[in-house]
Design a protein around this ligand. Structure first.
Ligand SMILES: Nc1ncnc2c1ncn2[C@@H]1O[C@H](COP(=O)(O)OP(=O)(O)OP(=O)(O)O)[C@@H](O)[C@H]1O
Length: 241
């Protein structure tokens, strides 16, 4: 019996600015994929297509076997953490997280307890009443992670989620992400610029170059490969030295 992929890009094409992006891949449920590639390669574009913030020009995206063309992000069973602008600036932290559980904010005591527990898990217990503007960038990023985690959606889309946290905290948040992934059985697509993060967390790698998938490979041993010019260029390794 074959497993229905958690997500499939079936010959998806999308034009943005100068870039013509073409993506075709699929992922088994519960896998973690690190998406790597140079700045401007199309990594965020890929996540935004999956989430439904962008629509393909050609091809089809399926989530859990169902075509999602035209479906808004809220109905796709995905949670996304962006590089920035994740929070509503005029709402306090607990409300920002609570909205992830119910956009109408009709939450019972147990749901608010989950909000507090999520804040605790990202190391921000007691921050619930504060406004986003009074938090540091890294603290805001952790609130966005708490909101994504509390939703427990089957597909987690993370765009450089641990950027700017510093190595220790980034490692803590990465471990937490893997715990939540295991609890929920979620599938993760994660853009990162950090090979160590990819090594620590990912089962698979998607290397993106100029809007195309240059490699769709196992994470194990990926960075030791010498057969991929795009990887050499991305890592800045000299050939034949
Ligand atoms: N709305 C837009 N209009 C025009 N060009 C755009 C638009 N959005 C993105 N682009 C361009 O599309 C290309 C891909 O952008 P994308 O954000 O997907 O790259 P990325 O790989 O995530 O880069 P980074 O690592 O720097 O975040 C870039 O050249 C970008 O300038």
């Amino acid at each position: 019996m074959t497993t229905t992929p958690a997500i499939e890009f079936d010959r998806v094409a999308y034009g943005v600015g100068e870039l013509s992006a073409e993506f075709a891949f699929s992922r088994e449920p519960g896998t973690v994929t690190a998406i790597l590639g140079p700045s401007g390669a199309g990594k965020s574009t890929l996540l935004n297509l999956a989430a439904g913030f962008l629509e393909p020009r050609e091809g089809q995206i399926r989530i859990d076997g169902k075509p999602v063309g035209g479906l808004p992000p809220a109905t796709r069973g995905v949670s996304m953490v962006f590089q920035d602008n994740n929070l509503f600036a005029h709402l306090d932290i607990r409300t920002n997280i609570g909205l992830g559980l119910d956009p109408a904010l009709k939450l019972d005591a147990a749901a608010w307890a989950r909000v507090e527990a999520a804040l605790d898990r990202v190391g921000l217990a007691g921050f619930g009443k504060r406004q986003p503007g009074s938090l540091s960038g890294g603290e805001r990023q952790r609130v966005a992670l708490a909101r994504a985690f509390v939703r427990r959606r089957p597909l987690l889309l993370l765009d450089e989620p641990f950027d700017g946290l510093g190595p220790g905290l980034a490692a803590d948040m990465l471990r937490l992400m893997l715990e939540i992934r295991a609890e929920v059985g979620a599938t993760v697509l994660m853009v990162t610029h950090d090979p160590d993060e990819a090594r620590a967390a990912a089962d698979r790698i998607l290397l993106i170059s100029k809007g195309k998938i240059a490699a769709d490979a196992d994470a194990a041993g990926f960075f030791d490969r010498t057969d991929l010019p795009e990887l050499e260029a991305y890592l800045g390794r000299q050939r034949g030295a």
